[in-house]
Every structure is written in C-alpha cells, then in structure tokens.
Ligand binder design. Structure first.
Ligand code: ADP
Ligand code: MG
Length: 495
C-alpha cells in the first residue's frame, strides 16, 4: 500500500526551504521532549501545573532533592508513554527501570536527573514515515532566570514527567523534520497525554544534524538544542546543513558539539563539546522499584487500547476512504479536530449523499473558514448551528439556491444566525425557475439594450454574456444561469 501519509503531507507541506544540498547527503535525527499532562509530578505528589505563574509553589522535599526522601513512580505518566508506544507501533517493555543521570546544574536539585537508560518503556516504532529508536520517561528540570545581576530558579517544573522520543538518523530535510515534529505534537494531543505547545516549552526539539559526501558513511553530527518553534526547527536545520557543507567544501572538519539556536541572529552557536554518555555515570536508581509491566493490570496493552480513541492517521484514511475529501480538507479536519468534528456533525443526516458531503467540506474549508479567520472570537461565542448549515447545503444541493446566494446566506448565518430558508425568502435569493417571470425580465433587458442586442446579432458572443449578467443582477443572482441563457437565445431568435 502506498504511504498515504506522505502523499498527503507533501500535498499540504507548509514549510519550504530554499536550500538543497548539492554534493552532500544531509542526515537528521531528532530528540523530542514533551511534558506530560498528569495531576502530579513524576516522583512525588506536588502538582503538575504548567500554568502556575507564582514561582516555587508546587514543590516538596522530594522534588527539591532533600536527603532522605523517597520517590514513587507516577503510574499515569507510565501509562501515557505506553500509549504513545502503542500509537507508534513500538515494542512495549516488559521489564523497565529508572536510572540516575548524574550532572550538576542549579536547576537540578538532586545533582542527578532520573531518566531511563538501558530499558526504555518503548523501543522502535514509526511515525510519519520516520523510524523511532525509543521513547522513555524522565523528569523535567527547574527553570533558571537571569535578571540583571541575579539568577533565580523556579522549581515548579522540576520533577514534571517528561517524555523523550528519539528517532533514528533517517530524516533527510528540514521539511521532513518539521513534518515529523508536527505529527508528533498532533498525536500527543489526540492521545490526551500532552498539550505539547512549543511556545510554552511543553514540547522541545533537539536536532542532530550531519552531512556526508559518502552515502555509505555518516558525517560528524552536531546537536542543536533549544528549538522552541517549528520555524526554529526548520531554520536551524537549514542553517546547520549549509554551515557544515561550507566547512567540508573548504576542506575543514565538522566538530562534534552541542550548539544552540540564536533566534535573533538566525544562527546556531557553539555551546559545548559534546559529553559522552559515560560522563553521566548512569546507574539504576536504587530508590525506585524495577517494573515488570505485565504484572501491572492498568499497563496491559488491552487496557490501554481501550483508552485510545481514533488517531490522526486513522482519521485521515477514513476521510479519504469514506468521503474522498481533497487532501487540504483532510488536513484541516485532522489537524484542527474541532473542524473535523463540526464537519462530521454537519453531514450526519445526509445519509452518505456524496454531493452534499462534498459541498459541506468545500463550504467549511473555504467560505466558513474565511469568515472565521476574520472574526475568530465571534465564531467561538456564536457558531452556526449544525442544522442551519445542513439546510443551507441541502438547498444548494437541490438547486433551490445558487452558489452566489449560498455564500451570501452563509455570511448572514455567520454574522447574525437565523435559518437559511427564511433568509433566502426574505432576501429573494431562491432560484427563480419560473420561466414566465424570467422571460419578462429578459424581455425588458432586451428592450433597454438595443445596441448590445445588435452586437449579438452581428455575431458578438460576449454581448449575450452581458445580457445574462444584467438579468442576474436584476434577480440578485437568484436565476439559474442555464435557464437564462436558453430564454435569451429563444427571445433573440424570434425578432
Ligand atoms: P549520542 O550518543 O551522541 O546521544 P545517539 O546515537 O544516542 O547519539 O543519537 C542521538 C540522536 O542523534 C538520535 O536522534 C540519532 O538519530 C541522531 N544521530 C546519530 N548519528 C547521527 C548522524 N550522523 N547524523 C545525524 N543524526 C544522528
Ligand atoms: Mg543520546
């Protein structure tokens, strides 16, 4: 089966980089962290509240690393990561444990971060065509803030459950990397395990980037940290690929290091030469029990699957299979599920009528979306009732109104509600199919425009279009153009 995902993504890819490697093969592997949505922190019962603005209120002796305290494992967080594992088709661990990753930094009060090293919760899997290495669970650090001559630390975030997902080095462009990160964000939201807002730091991307002239061999990689927007992911990768290629072209070498993304300079800057994993002296945390997941009933695959709803890719495929929607509409409905839900409610009573379904999708994604974009808050408080919109579609499908009238009625429904049938009657927008009445209108236009009529008789086809246009105007778009054409032709033939 062709990879439908990729077909759709390519069709709607938003990001475009103007940079293409000439003689070098770019390779990218991503490490993505996401703060998990849980009641409490990873190893204690302090609240996990990303919206808390007062510093150091959600803390306790455990997440502050006081000596003699004992951590306990947050089951909800473990379940969240296992659900991600199921969603990406990864292998769920049977045996798993937590390790200490030792390093010093002011925002890490214990002097180590609890993470997973040898036995991640999830191994392998695939998302957006990208092979995954692993998904594991760890804890977030506090936040350093530098103000003038003082440095402050907020520990509210210290100990918040953090999922880390690592991809294989199989990504080959900035666009592909962005596409992957967006799809992961969407998946986490569908699963309800994370909000993953990049601007809030709830999802953070690190990109490992290398270039090589030899398809059989990887080049030296550089890790770029602190990518806090999709744009930054895109720009940083493009920048780094160019920088590395330029170095190699000059006969220089790429140094393996960690670099940061400087948003204002739009450049990556060297931060430190990379440490090896042995520098962290990982070892299993002796304070935490090792987990045999098969012995924990809530962690059984069948139990977790019950809690997983329809996922983005399944929804895409359903929209294509059931409704044959165009890729742009599919992406709108899948990436903004509230639109997808609205669409589905709208078509619920159409009994699979393909014409009405197509019209619905089309009017939602073009006309309504346009109106909502102009006044988003109005839509939030006054959405158009599904049944009103559905009647509009039905009137349109049955030829009771034309597309011009449908657009006008939609705008009125949007701004002031009401019912399409009533609006159409009041505004005289119902299609006029009464031939006698249209003949009268056409005859008057013929009488009023002798010169145009003469032009038509002299063979000018455009003259007929003008006359039809006048009639449309006179009926305010409510006449059927095909019927008008016929009437004019008949009338002009006679005299
Ligand atoms: P490290 O030991 O330096 O952390 P890993 O092997 O754990 O390196 O890989 C970390 C990330 O770097 C992964 O996402 C992986 O796909 C990516 N990666 C590894 N080698 C390369 C490379 N040569 N070019 C680009 N990315 C790479
Ligand atoms: Mg690593």
């Amino acid at each position: 089966m062709p990879d439908l995902t990729l077909v759709l993504w390519y069709a709607v890819s938003e990001t475009k980089s103007d940079f293409f490697m000439k003689n070098y093969i770019p390779t990218i592997g991503l490490e993505i962290h996401a703060e998990l949505k849980t009641q409490t922190k990873m190893f204690c019962d302090s609240r996990n509240d990303p919206d808390e603005e007062r510093p150091n209120v959600n803390i306790c002796p455990i997440c502050m690393g006081h000596p003699g305290t004992l951590p306990t494992i947050n089951k909800e967080a473990v379940k969240h990561v296992l659900k991600v594992g199921i969603a990406v088709g990864g292998q769920l661990a049977d045996f798993t444990e937590f390790d200490r990753k030792n390093y010093f930094y002011p925002d890490i009060p214990k002097g180590y971060q609890i993470s997973q090293y040898k036995y991640p919760l999830v191994s392998g899997g695939r998302l957006a065509g990208v092979a995954l290495t692993r998904v594991h669970l760890e804890e977030d650090t506090g936040k350093n803030m530098h103000t003038g001559d003082a440095s402050l630390i907020d520990f509210n975030r210290a100990g918040v459950p953090l999922m880390e997902l690592v991809t294989e080095p199989v990504i080959h462009s900035a666009e592909e990397a962005v596409r992957f990160a967006k799809e992961l964000q969407l998946l986490l939201r569908y699963l309800g395990v994370a909000e993953a807002n990049m601007d809030k730091g709830e999802m953070r991307v690190e990109a490992n980037i290398s270039v090589s002239a030899d398809a059989q061999k990887f080049g030296t990689k550089v890790e770029v940290k602190n990518l806090n927007s999709f744009r930054a992911v895109e720009r940083a990768i493009v920048y780094e690929l160019e920088r590395q290629q330029t170095l190699l072209e000059k006969g220089e070498v790429v140094v393996q290091e960690t670099r940061g993304w400087n948003e204002t300079k739009e450049a990556t800057v060297s931060q430190r030469q990379k440490e090896d994993s042995h520098d962290y002296r990982y070892f299993p945390d002796p304070d935490l029990p090792k987990l045999h997941l098969s012995k924990i009933p809530e962690c059984a695959r069948a139990e977790l699957e019950k809690e997983i709803g329809e996922l983005p890719q399944a929804r895409r495929e359903r929209y294509v299979k059931d409704f044959n929607l165009p890729p742009e509409d599919v992406e709108l409905f899948v990436t903004q599920p509230e639109w997808g839900d609205y669409f589905e409610k709208l078509i619920a009573d159409f009994g699979g009528d393909t014409k009405k379904i197509k019209l619905s999708s089309n009017y939602l994604s073009s006309d309504l979306l346009g109106l909502v974009k102009k006044e988003p808050t109005h839509w939030q408080t006054h959405p158009i009732a599904h049944d009103a919109f559905a009647s509009l579609i039905t009137m349109l499908a049955e030829g009771k109104i034309g597309s011009r009238a449908a657009k006008d009625i939609l705008a009125l429904l949007f701004s002031s509600g009401g019912h399409p049938q009533t609006i159409a009657e009041e505004k005289g927008l119902l299609q006029k199919t009464d031939e006698g009445e249209l003949q009268n209108i056409a005859q008057k236009i013929i009488t009023d425009n002798p010169k145009v009529v003469a032009d038509y008789r002299a063979g000018k086809q455009a003259a007929l279009q003008f006359l039809i246009g006048q009639a449309m105007k006179a009926t305010r778009g409510a006449a059927k153009p095909e019927l008008l054409t016929k009437i004019f032709k008949d009338l002009l033939q006679v005299s």
